[in-house]
Design a protein around this ligand. Structure first.
Ligand code: DLZ
Length: 162
């Protein structure tokens, strides 16, 4: 277990590692707060490829903001191409009510997509009070939530196929 609560899988046997070659993953990334989401994306890609997922099976789609993660995740969850989806975003509190409603609608909508989808949609959207908190969770003292999301995605794909 690491500090974030994700159970990091131990080294797996050759068969399990090799069976991951077939998995196709969609990474949907918000460009809003790109300095943070790019680090989450990097952590996710590195973790996936170090754990048996082929580079050519990782498909990245950029969307303008976290709100657009919803539409793209809905679309991708209906294609039969992917075994899992990771949505990556970063919402940072400002002076207006945007933050509150974006946090609510994005988390609620992604949860709803999961209720219908036959593949897991992993939630990697930071919701922070300030940029410092986001930095701490995208390669800082609280790790990189992109790494956690990638491990979660592998676990869920294996669970879904078992
Ligand atoms: C409008 C907005 C605001 C205020 N803040 C953020 C944010 O912190 N993080 C983020 O990903 N997106 C933000 N957005 C943009 C919305 O997600 C969305 O792109 C626009 O409202 C257009 O639909």
């Amino acid at each position: 277990m690491n500090y974030s609560g994700i159970n990091i899988p131990k080294k797996v046997d050759e068969n399990t590692f090799s069976s991951r070659k077939k998995y196709k993953i969609s990474l949907i990334v918000s460009e809003w707060n790109n300095q943070i989401t790019s680090k989450l994306l990097e952590g996710a890609i590195e973790t996936l490829t170090h754990n048996g997922i082929l580079n050519e099976n990782i498909f990245i789609t950029k969307v303008p903001g976290s709100f657009e993660l919803i539409f793209e995740a809905k679309k991708k969850s209906k294609e039969s191409k992917f075994d899992s989806i990771i949505v990556i975003g970063c919402l940072i509190k400002g002076d207006t009510k945007h933050f509150k409603y974006l946090c609510k609608s994005v988390s609620y909508a992604i949860a709803r997509i999961n209720l219908k989808s036959l593949i897991p949609v992993i939630f990697c959207v930071l919701m922070d009070n300030n940029i410092e908190q986001s930095n701490e969770r995208s390669g800082g003292k609280f790790g990189n939530k992109g790494i956690d999301a990638a491990y979660t995605s592998i676990k869920m794909m294996e669970l879904n196929k078992s």
